[in-house]
Design a protein around this ligand. Structure first.
Ligand code: SF4
Length: 342
């Protein structure tokens, strides 16, 4: 078998380089902003609480569900209003933990941004979805609504997410959302145990009416460090890449089959554009992205726009960030842990 992992990495790296050069030339000709005065996209990690306990969770959600997050629903609403009053954002990624645990407050937060024209990418495990909630979700604009399904069979998914009944709920959630015209993407994390199920997973997503499926291996971050048996070997990654390419061809024009790019590529792509986004964590931290563990400030103790103005512009070319990105190996990604804050 060809080394598809390496071939795809080189292809992705070239695409990231071409994209960066293209944007640089647009900036040089004043056709693209050299910096964004407000982020285009912000990810709201609305809660650290979760109702499942996935073996790979990148931010270790659900470890202490009794804990009250510093970013209470009221603080999130105030922050959403603040963003609207300062020019607004183009897109908001809603995640957690499990965002549906916020109940009515979730819709309250989304409404504030929706009324200002923001569109959404919601990431949920689907466990709390009901017909009534799905109907409420139907009013928003979406990049997509993402539901995670980590096995073509309920046994595999429930074991990986460590909660019985979670597969049935996720499958039902996809079905309810699709039936209301919401574009749903299924996220599927592939482990050595589920590697042989890629074709079946794509078939399941297609039969549920999903508009896309994203397949990828476990990100080396958070809880996956405690579960090394869920990581793929290089040989298994090659089998995965081949299976994804096969399914890309099979579903071309009917359902978008995507492979998630590796960490190094994600970082290289972010570096090639002016900083356009950040993550707000349940403790209020303004973090660079979900992989690079750099924190620019905190929305509870600092003025967000001031932090954005003074720290976000050119952030990806700072020496400590460059050192961090370069320290990721090209093909085999390595265990990193946390780094210095900005
Ligand atoms: S559903 Fe998402 S947030 Fe919750 S434990 Fe799983 S990966 Fe983490």
């Amino acid at each position: 078998m060809k080394d598809w992992v390496k071939i795809n990495f080189l292809k992705d790296r070239k695409a990231a380089k071409d994209e960066a050069e293209h944007i640089s030339s647009l900036i040089a000709n004043s056709l693209y902003p050299a910096k964004f005065t407000m982020p285009l996209t912000l990810q709201f990690e609305l809660t650290s609480r979760c109702n499942v306990h996935c073996k790979h969770c990148y931010n270790v959600s659900g470890e202490d569900n009794a804990k009250i997050d510093a970013m209470t629903p009221e603080r999130w609403k105030d922050f959403a209003k603040y963003l609207v009053n300062h020019g607004g954002i183009f897109q908001c990624i809603i995640s957690g933990g499990e965002p549906l645990l916020l109940g009515d407050d979730l819709f309250g937060i989304m409404d504030i941004l929706h009324d200002d024209g923001t569109s959404f990418l919601v990431i949920s495990n689907g466990l709390l979805m009901t017909q009534e909630k799905a109907k409420r979700f139907a009013k928003y604009r979406y990049k997509w609504f993402q539901v995670s399904i980590d096995g073509a069979s309920r046994e595999r998914h429930d074991e990986f997410r460590q909660r019985k009944g979670s597969w049935d709920a996720a499958v039902k959630a996809v079905f309810m959302l699709v039936n209301l015209g919401i574009p749903v993407t299924v996220a599927h994390t592939v482990t050595p145990e589920s590697l042989h199920e890629v074709d079946a997973m794509c078939g399941l997503a297609y039969s549920l009416g999903a508009s896309g499926i994203i397949l990828g291996e476990v990100m080396p971050s958070g809880r996956s460090y405690m579960n090394s048996e869920i990581m793929l070997s290089h040989e298994q990654r090659n089998i995965l890449h081949e299976a994804i390419m096969r399914n890309m061809q099979k579903y071309a024009g009917r359902m978008q089959v995507q492979r998630s790019s590796g960490t190094k590529i994600q970082l290289l792509r972010a570096m090639g554009t002016p900083n356009a986004g950040a993550i707000i964590r349940p403790n209020g931290d303004i973090r660079l992205d979900c992989v690079a563990p750099f924190v620019m400030g905190n929305v509870i103790s600092e003025d967000f726009c001031e932090v954005w103005k003074t720290k976000a512009s050119g952030v990806w070319s700072r020496p400590e960030i460059l050192e961090y990105v370069n320290s990721w190996e090209d093909v085999e990604e390595i265990n990193h842990g946390r780094r210095n804050y900005l």
